[in-house]
Design a protein around this ligand. Structure first.
Ligand SMILES: [Zn+2]
Length: 378
């Protein structure tokens, strides 16, 4: 039995935002905390204050030269042309802002705190984590420090030999995959929008299965647009059952980006938060407790509602059916530019759980899963 649930977070993220007009400009962790407090779902002892990652933790994944460049850019809040070219920082995608270095340090420290708490017998969730696109010496896809990579390396350092990484973000985890591509001590499983139509475009195909001694320890499930709850659960159940059998993971890290939700304007998936929660339940039913990280998610209200649901599960509290007036006030006060103006999102301010997003499992999805499983049947 776990000792209890812990949420690793901080209100300091409020002042560590991305630049104006950036998709990650929106409040996320601070909004989640405010919403949980407004709903009376977070006890004082359940909230663990985030701490920044240490240099020697960052270098478990990153090159020192890159880290020094980030630090330097943070000091002046500016970027040299040379750094922009070499490290991909100071671009529209990966702008210089207080989030870049100080925000990433906190998010990464929190992921290590999640591991430490997990090892002590707690269930721990770091909503600021899951920045899976960053490379050892290159920023990518809004990510500067690859905290899942640091987390996995920390578990290897602790002596684990079969670590499973599961990524439920709508985008492929290219930075994590490429780093562990030749590693058999880490199995990477990712469900995502196919790179044929979605970021990161160059990675995430089924044929990428690892190399060298890591061959067979990487499984990508690139999925078509319009994915609904049933399809997501179908693919997750089939692939996880297979991996559980063949790999027998000792521990797992779960990336819980919310951009697969239907409200998210940066993805073409159409999950309800009920389906998202069922996916979370499925992973825990099959594998027990793991280390839980956040991830993408660009509609702040959808994100906060979904993560509240996860937190209810982790802390074993019943999910409130209706939002309290105070909770509604928190959500209505979010400073967020809605990009789909003609869509009525009124339901998001009434209840927590969405109705399910119903749909058949399409033939192309079944075929993809069959092909993936086929790789392991010889
Ligand atoms: Zn994403």
């Amino acid at each position: 039995m776990p000792k209890g649930a812990r949420l690793i977070g901080s209100f300091r993220y409020r002042n560590l935002r991305y630049t104006k007009n950036h998709p990650l400009r929106v409040p996320r962790v601070s909004l989640l905390l405010e919403l949980l407090l407004a709903l009376g779902l977070l006890e004082e002892e359940e909230l663990v204050e985030s701490r920044p990652a240490l240099w020697e933790e960052l270098t478990l994944f990153h090159e020192e030269e890159y880290l020094r460049a980030l630090e330097e850019c943070d000091r002046c809040q500016c970027v040299k042309k040379d750094y922009r070219e070499r490290f991909n920082i100071g671009t529209y995608e990966n702008p210089v802002s207080p989030a870049m270095w100080r925000g990433s340090l906190l998010a990464t420290g929190s992921s290590i705190q999640a591991v430490e708490l997990y090892l002590k017998g707690y269930v721990a969730f770091n909503p600021a984590g899951g920045m899976h696109h960053a490379y050892p010496s290159r920023a990518k896809g809004f990510c500067f420090i690859n905290d899942p990579g640091v987390t996995l390396q920390t578990l290897l350092k602790e002596g684990f030999r079969r670590v499973l990484y599961i990524d439920l973000d709508a985008h492929h985890c290219d930075g994590v995959q490429d780093f562990f591509y030749e590693e058999d001590r880490v199995f990477v499983l990712s469900l995502h929008q196919s790179p044929e139509y979605a970021f990161p475009f160059s990675r995430g195909y089924l044929k990428e299965r690892g190399a060298g001694k890591g061959k067979g320890y990487n499984l990508n499930l690139p999925l078509p647009p319009g994915l609904k709850d049933g399809e997501f659960l179908y693919v997750l159940e089939k692939s996880l059952t297979l991996i559980k059998d063949i790999y027998k993971p000792e521990v797992y890290v779960l990336q819980l980006g919310t951009d697969a939700l239907k409200e998210d304007y940066l993805s073409k998936f159409e999950l309800s938060n009920r389906g998202f929660l069922e996916a979370f339940d499925l992973v825990r039913d099959l594998l027990g407790e793991g280390v839980y990280l956040g991830g993408g998610g660009y509609h702040p209200v959808a994100l906060a509602r979904a993560w509240v649901l996860l937190w209810c599960r982790l802390s074993q509290k019943p999910i409130p059916e209706f939002l309290t007036p105070k909770a509604r006030e928190v959500l209505l006060s979010v400073d967020f530019e809605e990009f789909e103006e003609d869509v009525d999102r009124g339901y998001m301010y009434e209840k927590l759980l969405d109705p399910p997003a119903v749909g058949e499992v399409r033939r192309e999805v079944k075929r993809l899963v069959e092909e993936a499983i086929g790789y392991y049947l010889f």
